[in-house]
Design a protein around this ligand. Structure first.
Ligand SMILES: Nc1nc2c(c(=O)[nH]1)N[C@H]1C(S)=C(S)[C@@H](COP(=O)(O)OP(=O)(O)OC[C@H]3O[C@@H](n4cnc5c(=O)[nH]c(N)nc54)[C@H](O)[C@@H]3O)O[C@H]1N2
Ligand SMILES: Nc1nc2c(c(=O)[nH]1)N[C@H]1C(S)=C(S)[C@@H](COP(=O)(O)OP(=O)(O)OC[C@H]3O[C@@H](n4cnc5c(=O)[nH]c(N)nc54)[C@H](O)[C@@H]3O)O[C@H]1N2
Ligand SMILES: [Mo]
Length: 670
């Protein structure tokens, strides 16, 4: 299947007028938009000199990188580049993305990231995911499953496209899914609809879990979630009528109670024996000997001494997240932003950012921008100018996917996929690994980096390293674009569980050791907790991040076709809510949250798909045509209205980016 963004967005990103093709150095004040073109040698020498200077003055930990995460090669490249310079600090998106799922997956030992076998499932349980827009291939599989008679169960407060085709749609109050999952566990355990063979052989803590769910009657869950007990029961029985695939998404992630929510569902997967079987949730499989990007990050030969790794910003508070014990080892982002501005716990003074647009995509855009403004040095690699790159001292022009090659383990296949460079490079653009290699080399020449951490000069060398110990035919992989491999389902004794008990931990010993609740439970999200002010001044609930087919987060906003399809940042609201506020379809409204520094302006779409009092918007908006350096980022970007201050999920460090209390007013001049 082709996604419109691949077919249309990528060529335009590569060949459009906005493409940057040459390195640039800032000549005016930061953010003034005054640049001079420079050559690559000058760019890399300047960057190395500035990084070395900061390193000398404040120590290596004062340097940080930022990128999306370890799902593409730029993740490990960024992590290893920083480690080469002696810093454990790199920032990723995951606390805002799939981080709660990742941490739960890690502590329970399931290893089921993206292994949903929808194609062979009898029941598909979709919780907080919108594959219609966010995952078109999976959406096609879900529709095919529906057509052949599979039961589709959807948990979503919004009447999503998935909810529309569902056999059973549960619309919980935002942030209450864990209560439903606990009640589903209650029903299936008390009615003995669980897989005792699997539980006895491969799980740890079933007794404790049974005790915990004892009080979680459907009635109790109904009182919290506003979903009728009969519907919860029907969902539980449908799920037990397997094989069942659990499809989860952002709707229950990136919130302050996300890890506990995911653990409740992950326990449900385990006790019903839906793990690693046909039509269930497959554990990550790989060709023997293949090194994934996560493997590289955790590889012993690329580790800094623990005394340094433990200084990763956020590791003290969130050891399951940041530092060597963390899922991807990266920083806790808000802790890093605060370190820039407050020098606590130590100063962070220079950054290299590639492949993220954090001035738009991190909550509290004002504070992120202030932090970037205050750095001693900032280099940004990007395809086109954006609100993050506009604040840089050096801007580096990046290759696009059309010009790059990469091999990735695709858990959905499962297979290896190979992306070929299909186009000649435009101008002087370079790839992430070429930039990183040159930077580390220049830094090493100044005595400020150790090249052993990044032993590859280009993508081909990295790929050869990943494939070195496999028996994959590289030529066939390149020719076909993918390579399947043999794997076994349910091979629990061979492919064990990476937990202290070497079993699936329904009761997590790692969580217990850290003083966190070892068992799953429903806990109210942080936003739901400050109820007083919330109910009077901020009576509405805000959902952010709903995906649109036209955009990938902040990308493609400069493209005419995308803006034609999705011209404005929109806010969906229920007709009753619209009437109560005197808002008509098409009016511009302004949204504020209790702890946000600013507001966000959005165009109202009155829709029965959302519940009364629940407002739904997307994310990633900025206006390339507006004046820099902000490009509208404080006007139309929802993160200008959100805070990044927490309270955070105690395990993943995620802040609430949905289910946030808010208020709304109609803009007068629309
Ligand atoms: N077109 C497009 N596709 C993308 C992206 C993109 O930007 N554009 N981004 C990619 C990335 S990085 C990600 S992380 C994924 C995200 O993709 P998904 O995980 O599918 O996330 P969303 O599209 O945000 O959909 C989340 C769903 O959860 C629902 N929801 C909100 N709150 C709750 C709640 O409390 N409980 C429940 N049960 N549901 C809730 C929302 O109504 C929505 O239907 O998409 C990926 N795919
Ligand atoms: N309020 C709120 N905030 C959110 C979310 C939400 O739902 N609500 N969603 C969160 C989620 S799930 C995510 S994943 C993040 C996304 O946040 P980001 O990762 O920041 O979003 P993008 O717009 O995809 O990143 C854009 C940048 O990546 C660069 N880029 C694109 N492709 C490549 C490449 O191949 N190589 C390199 N080096 N650079 C590339 C582009 O030049 C562009 O500057 O946002 C998070 N923020
Ligand atoms: Mo994401």
């Amino acid at each position: 299947m082709f996604c419109v963004k691949g077919a249309r967005g990528l060529p335009e990103l590569t060949y459009g007028a906005a493409r940057l093709t040459q390195p640039m150095r800032r000549v005016g004040p930061r953010g003034s938009g005054e640049w001079e073109p420079i050559d690559w040698d000058t760019a890399m020498q300047t960057m190395a000199k500035q990084f070395a200077r900061v390193r000398q003055a404040h120590g290596p930990v004062a340097l940080a990188g930022a990128t999306g995460g370890a799902f593409f090669s730029r993740g490990p490249i960024m992590a290893l580049t920083m480690r080469a310079m002696g810093s454990p600090n790199w920032l990723i998106n995951q606390d805002l993305c799939g981080g709660c799922r990742g941490v739960s997956d890690m502590v329970t030992g399931l290893s089921i990231q993206n292994g949903e076998d929808v194609t062979n499932a009898n029941t598909v349980l979709i919780v907080g995911a919108n594959p219609h827009a966010a995952n078109p291939v999976q959406w096609a599989n879900i529709k095919a499953a529906k057509a052949r008679g599979a039961t589709i169960v959807v948990l979503d407060p919004l009447q999503s496209e998935a909810a529309k085709i569902a056999d059973l749609w549960l619309a919980p109050k935002p942030g209450t899914d864990a209560a439903i999952a606990m009640a589903m566990l209650h029903i299936l355990i008390t009615e003995n609809r669980v897989d005792h063979a699997f539980i006895n052989a491969w799980t740890h803590g079933f007794e404790a879990l049974s005790q915990r769910v004892q009080d979680w009657t459907p009635q109790r869950a109904a009182a919290i979630s506003a979903v009728a007990p009969e519907k919860i029961r029907a969902a539980a029985l449908a799920y037990a009528n397997g094989p069942s695939a659990f499809v989860s998404g952002h709707g229950i992630d990136a919130v302050s109670n996300g890890v506990q929510t995911f653990r409740a569902f992950h326990c449900l997967v385990a006790v019903t024996g839906q793990l690693d079987r046909q039509g269930g949730n497959r554990r990550t499989k790989r060709p023997r000997g293949f090194k994934t990007y996560l493997d590289i990050i955790h590889d012993a030969q690329f580790q800094l001494p623990e005394a340094i790794a433990s200084q990763t910003l956020g590791a003290a508070q969130f050891p399951l997240w940041a530092g060597s014990g963390g899922w991807q080892t990266a920083c806790h982002n808000p802790t890093a932003i605060e370190a820039i501005l407050t020098h606590q716990p130590y100063p962070l003074r220079a950054m290299y950012i590639s492949g993220v647009n954090i001035a738009v995509t991190y909550p509290n855009s004002q504070r992120t921008i202030q932090a970037l403004q205050s750095l001693d040095f900032l280099a940004v690699a990007t395809h086109s100018m954006n609100p993050t790159a506009a604040l840089a001292d050096i801007v580096l022009p990046k290759t696009t996917t059309l010009e790059e090659e990469e091999v990735t383990l695709n858990a959905h296949g499962p297979c290896l996929t190979y992306t070929a460079p299909v186009a000649l490079r435009v101008g002087e653009v370079r790839s992430d690994i070429e930039i990183a290699h040159a930077l580390v080399q220049q830094m090493a020449a100044l005595g400020a980096a150790d090249e052993k951490f990044l032993p590859w000069r280009n993508a081909a060398e990295l790929m050869a390293y990943q494939l070195r110990d496999t028996d994959i035919d590289t030529d066939a992989l390149k020719r076909n674009g993918f390579a399947e491999f043999n794997y076994t389902l349910g091979n629990f004794s061979e492919q064990g569980f990476k937990t202290p008990s070497a079993k699936v931990e329904l009761y997590s010993q790692r969580m217990a050791a850290l003083g966190l609740d070892p068992l799953p439970d429903w806990v109210p999200s942080a936003s739901a907790q400050n109820a007083d002010r919330v109910q009077t001044e901020f009576p509405l609930i805000l959902q952010t991040g709903l995906r649109e087919k036209t955009y990938h987060h902040s990308r493609f906003r400069e493209q005419a076709w995308a803006r034609k399809v999705s011209p404005d940042p929109v806010l969906k609201l229920h007709p009753d809510t619209a009437a109560a506020y005197g808002i008509a379809d098409g009016d511009w409204v302004q949204i504020e949250t209790p702890a946000g520094q600013g507001a966000c302006n959005l165009k109202a779409v009155v829709s029965g798909a959302t519940a009364p009092g629940v407002l739904v918007t997307g994310m990633g908006w900025w206006l390339p045509e507006a004046a820099g350096p902000g490009y509208g980022v404080l006007d139309v970007n929802i993160n200008a209205a959100l805070s990044y201050d927490g309270p955070y999920d105690p395990a993943s460090g995620s802040a609430d980016t949905r289910g946030v209390a808010c208020r709304m007013r109609r803009c007068l001049d629309t």
